[in-house]
Structure formats: C-alpha cells, structure tokens
Ligand binder design. Sequence first.
Ligand SMILES: [Zn+2]
Ligand SMILES: [Zn+2]
Length: 422
Amino acid sequence: MCFGPFKRICTWGPLSALAIIKTVILMTIYCSRQSWGQHTNASTDISFIVFIFLSGLTLYHFINSIYEGPGFLPYNWTPESDRNRQFLQFCNVCQGYKAPRSHHCRKCNRCVLKMDHHCPWINNCVGHYNHGYFTAFLASSVIGCCVSSYIMISWLMAVFSTRPLPFSPPSVFTLVAVMFSIGLSIGVVIAVGMLLYFQIQSIVKNQTGIEIWILEKANYRNFSMDKPFVHPYSKGWLFNIKQVLSWHCAAPGDGITWPVIEGCDQYTLTREQLAQKEEKRKRARRYSVITPFTGSWFPISHGFKVFCSPPITDEPRIKLEIGDTVIVTRWRKHWLFGERESLTIPVDNRDVRVRGWFPRPCAIPVSGKDKDSDDSSELDPDVRYLTRNTSGVSKSTETDSNYGSNSRRGHRANSNNSRKDK
Ligand SMILES: [Zn+2]
Ligand SMILES: [Zn+2]
C-alpha cells in the first residue's frame, strides 16, 4: 500500500486526519439516516445534504493539499542576474540560492516556494501552490463539522426526549459512539477553526507564518530608525486574498518573483533576512560541554526544571559528550539551542551539521558572560507560532546560525524557527 503516490499519505498525520474525517462522516450519516424523511425535524434533512456536500469538499481539498504540494525551488537554483546573488541566502542542502519567500524545510528536505509551515496532518509543506487548497480544506472541515455536530446533537436530543422515537432505540455502544463523534467534531471546530483564523489573518496581510516572525524582528531592529520596515508584498487586503484564494484554488505567478509595493524591490525582504542573520551570527556564543547529554526529550537526570520546561518545538535534541563545543544561538531559561562544532569536514559536501536543543546545565560559556536567559528577542519562532496556533502544526524550516560555515552559506536561510515549523 505504501508505495508510489501512497507514500505521502501513509504516515500518522494524513491517516489520523482521514480517520477523524471518516468517523465523523459515518456517524453523521448514521444519525441522519435514522431521522431521514421523518417530518419531526426537516432541518436535519437539509443539514444532511449540506453536510454531504461539505464532506466532499473537505476530502477534495485535503487530497489536493497533499498531492498538489507547495512547489519546490529547483536544485541549484540561481537568480537570473549574478549581481542579485548577494541579496540571497544559500541553501547548502539544495545547493542553490533561496528565492525570495522560499525557505528550506527539514522534513521535505527541499527549498519550498513561499513556505508557510510544514503541516504534519497533510505530511507536506503549505506553500505557494497548495495554500489555497489548504485554506479551503480548513474552511470546509470547520463548517462541515459545525453541521455534523448539529445533526448528531439533534439525534441525541431526540433519543433523550420524552417523545416517542421515530426509530428503534439505540444500544449503549451506539450512544457512546455518537457522543464520541460529537466530541471529535466539536474538537475539530475549535482546533481547526483557530488554525483557519490564523491562516485568514496571514492571507489578508500577505504574510506567511515565517514572514510574521521575520517582520516582528525587522520591526524590533528598525524601532529606533526614522523609517519603519515595510512588508513589501502587502498590496491591500483584496489583492492579498486573490494571491491565495480563488474558485479554482490555483495560485498566480511562478512562486519566485512577486508583486511588490512602490519603493520596494524583489530583494527588500531578503536583505532584511541577511541583516538579521548577520546579527544572529554576532550574538552566537561558544559553550563547552561539562555534562554528557543523551539527546533525550525529557531528561529527568538534568533536574526537575529542565524536565518540566522542554522547548515546545519539534526541533531535535543533540547528543553531547564532555569536551564537545557548541555554538549557541538561542537561549531559554533551562535549555540552549546550538550547533555542535565538528572537527571533520564532510567529503561529499552534504549538510551534516548537528544542531539542536540541550539542557542549559550541561554546558558553560567558553568566554564572556552567559547570556541573559530572559532575552525575549531570542524567543523561538516555533514557540511563537505554536502559541498562536494550537492545531499541532509543526514548523520544520532550517533555522540556525551559520557560525563556522563557509562564507557563501554564511547567510543561510531563514526566518526561523518554528517557528518555525520553522
Ligand atoms: Zn534547500
Ligand atoms: Zn515541509
């Protein structure tokens, strides 16, 4: 089953989403079938027809979100003019420059066009080509679950009412199954509804989840300057919506060049990203490991506080030995994020950098003072994203410092992370 095109769908995310969709659809059909044609509640008949239509839309947009995909930047991509290379970051994995709004996704292992985030539920990134499908999938599933909740709750109320039932009394198992489905359906409305809200916000502003984070930092950096940083892609809410949503859900443009507002150019945002990256590189500190770390996600042996405050992100933890050196780029109160310095040079030029989180007590700064643990400017974008989005979406973009990298990739991608994931 898990071969060819099925590979993409045969993971826990899409399979869980399909299981939820299937359970809600089947239980709603069951409840509707029993009261179908009964003149006691004609509105449930109409609701059922609407529900079937929305279920079809949900499945259609779900499958298209997965298989249309976000669109990937070709390997070894370079801008048409060599002069513009200086404004772009280089992806060492794809061996090419990152076009404006593109970011490298660790899960997809490719540079993704106008990357928003990597969504585990569709086992794919949300980006340029599938952003419309993904948003339509969220909208149809939320509205569909509102309707299904109405149908199933109406059925439940009929069962518990004192009036004679128009169908045979259900078994306890059926009652539990319907109640479980109602919970599932309401859960989808709340969780997916929140994600839909953030997606609509992001579409109206023409800012991806990753760009929100970049712009926050840009505003912070330019706070004291006369001219605040202006997002170059936002050309009014109607224009912004048309960039993603249409009846056929097809995105306009090639995902590489973008319409920008007056006074900006194609590289306005990428220049800001490079400046942020350079600042981050300067902030990086070298730490020496004094206690080994296994890479465990919940290391109780490193203290209760470390155990209770793991970074809320899907980024990896790194295994460390005494004497290792780590270039730290992000600080939490009880955790640090960094890249382990490697003494060996990869022969095939693959990206083998070992980066991730580890408990703060495991290492001490080699020189200078330990950074203030409450530095809010270092807040992980993944955390920010997940804080505003509780849907379980993970951000998986590349994120770190280029400390120690060669000069070309010294301005390595991106925004993030989750966020990103991310
Ligand atoms: Zn890449
Ligand atoms: Zn991805």
